[in-house]
Design a protein around this ligand. Structure first.
Ligand code: NDP
Ligand code: 2IT
Length: 444
């Protein structure tokens, strides 16, 4: 495999799709050696078959706001690869959504889902709809209009969407209601459902909990633990909330959260009712964290990122490319020992290089945030069995999956000095399972 040639060809076909090309480059660079050791991968054109999605559906979504004004948004579903199970991955509603971002997320999802040990392929979807400032009834009408197109593409054994940025329990409810009406069936076609209608306990917490479980495994390799550590978290959504809750439970002090408006610094630690306040902030649809500073009388740093705050552990949980080289440098200078990605691709390649150079424990999103989709997989199992598992049962399974993912990374990412490159380990382990499935199933 010639990585540069593949990327040049890919860029010619998809000019300007920066995030997608960035994600493909990272995977190709990690797997190059393993790939070249097995000539049958090359002869079966495995890479060419994995880097293009199976298909992309794009559609328009006309909807009316509360004043009767009509808006038209774009909707997408990318079915990337289903060699190991039904297409599976979230829906993102955010004004920045475009094909490049959804293709990067869908591509990552293939390998992430492969690492979970569960039978799930990779997909992603969403819309450039901006939920900010919308009323509940506007969100409902938009979700219904979105599903009016999407339902033809999905099914419990075909493609199972879930949440992502801007899509949480409320949106999944509106989407599911419309699917049920159109398809005339109750099926596990979406995950992240409400507890009373097919949802799994722990799903809302799963990504954040899983991220902390993964970081805990990384810390253990150095004889370290969360207890007594200072943690910086970015974002204030579903993932940031779960990570803050679990890190605090394990005895750490989470001192920051952030939003598009800046970050708050709470030296006493974000715990108890303060953690639940995050949910109120998110549900307010205003996308600002500053109200936390008013509510609890702490510092707010406008238009800044939390990475300048001294911490032992950093958990970026907001969005892609939110932690750059300069931020990485500040974290290292301040003595940070571990960075675990709750968001998808929050650290730029330059930041990741710096973490590796300084031998930090660095957990890439496709391993460290796989807890969310893992519990989605467990929700699918419960739906198929028509059973509900207890909180303890789901949490124990999540914990064991995160340990397994960590183990796979160590197996494929350790060098002769014992340092673990978790990026390499996750990419190789995730890739091998999918590539072998594609090989086994012939040219389709
Ligand atoms: P949410 O919508 O619950 O929260 C995301 C929040 O982060 C939004 O409030 C958003 O605000 C904010 N945000 C966006 N950009 C920035 C920024 N630059 N700095 C600070 N805050 C920002 O989404 P989730 O918590 O579900 O998702 C967060 C990340 O985790 C995403 O990368 C997602 O792909 C990833 N993830 C999510 C999983 C899940 O199960 N939900 C599973 C695995 C990964 P605004 O809208 O104004 O930009
Ligand atoms: O990025 C992700 O893994 C998610 N947004 C969760 C996907 C899912 O299907 O639960």
């Amino acid at each position: 495999m010639n990585v540069e040639r593949i990327l040049i060809d890919l860029e010619k076909k998809h000019p300007g799709e920066g995030e997608y090309l960035q994600a493909v480059r990272e995977v190709l660079e990690s797997i190059e050696e393993v790939y070249n050791e097995s000539p049958h991968f090359e002869s079966a054109k495995i890479i060419e078959r994995l880097i293009e999605p199976d298909r992309i559906l794009t559609f328009k979504i006309p909807w009316a706001d509360d004043h009767g004004n009509i808006h038209v948004n774009l909707g997408y579903r990318i079915q990337f690869n289903n060699a190991i199970g039904p297409y599976k991955g979230g829906l993102r509603f955010h004004p920045s959504v475009n094909l490049s971002i959804l293709k990067f997320l869908g591509f990552e999802q293939i390998f992430k889902n492969s690492l979970t040990t569960l039978p799930m392929g990779g997909g992603k979807g969403g819309s450039d709809f901006n939920p900010k400032g919308k009323s509940d009834s506007e969100i409902m009408r938009f979700c219904q209009a979105f599903m009016l197109e999407l339902w033809k593409m999905i099914g419990p054994e075909t493609d199972v969407p879930a949440g992502d940025i801007g899509v949480g329990g409320r949106e999944i409810g509106f989407l599911y209601g419309m699917y049920r009406k159109l398809a005339r069936e109750n099926a596990g076609v979406l995950t992240g459902k409400g507890r009373g209608w097919g949802g799994s306990l722990i799903r809302p917490e799963a990504t954040g909990f899983g991220n902390v479980y993964f970081a805990k495994e990384m810390l253990q390799t150095k004889g370290e633990q969360f207890n007594g550590k200072t943690v910086c978290v970015s974002g204030f959504g579903n993932v940031a909330w779960g990570a803050t809750k679990k890190a605090t439970e394990l005895g750490a002090k989470v001192v920051t959260i952030s939003g598009p408006d800046g970050y708050i610094y709470d030296p006493e630690g974000i715990s108890g009712e303060k953690i639940e306040f995050l949910l109120e902030l998110r549900a307010s649809n205003n996308d600002v964290v500053q109200p936390y500073a008013f509510e609890f009388g702490v510092e707010f740093h406008k238009d800044k990122r939390p990475w300048e705050v001294k911490c032992d552990i950093a958990l970026p949980c907001a969005t892609q490319n939110e932690l750059e080289e300069e931020d990485a440098r500040m974290l290292i200078e301040n003595g940070c020992i571990c960075v675990s990605e709750g968001a998808n691709m929050p650290c730029t390649p330059e930041a990741v290089d710096l973490f590796h150079k300084h031998k930090l424990l660095f957990g890439p999103g496709k391993a460290a945030n796989a807890g969310g989709v893992s519990v989605s997989g467990l929700e699918m199992t419960q739906n198929s069995q028509k059973l509900n598992w207890s909180r303890e049962e789901v949490d124990a399974k999540l914990h064991s999956i995160m340990k397994d993912i960590h183990h796979q990374c160590v197996e494929h990412g350790s060098d002769h000095s014992g340092y673990v490159d978790y990026v390499k380990g996750a990419n190789i382990a995730g890739f091998l399972k999918v590539a072998n499935a594609v090989l086994d199933q012939g040219i389709v």
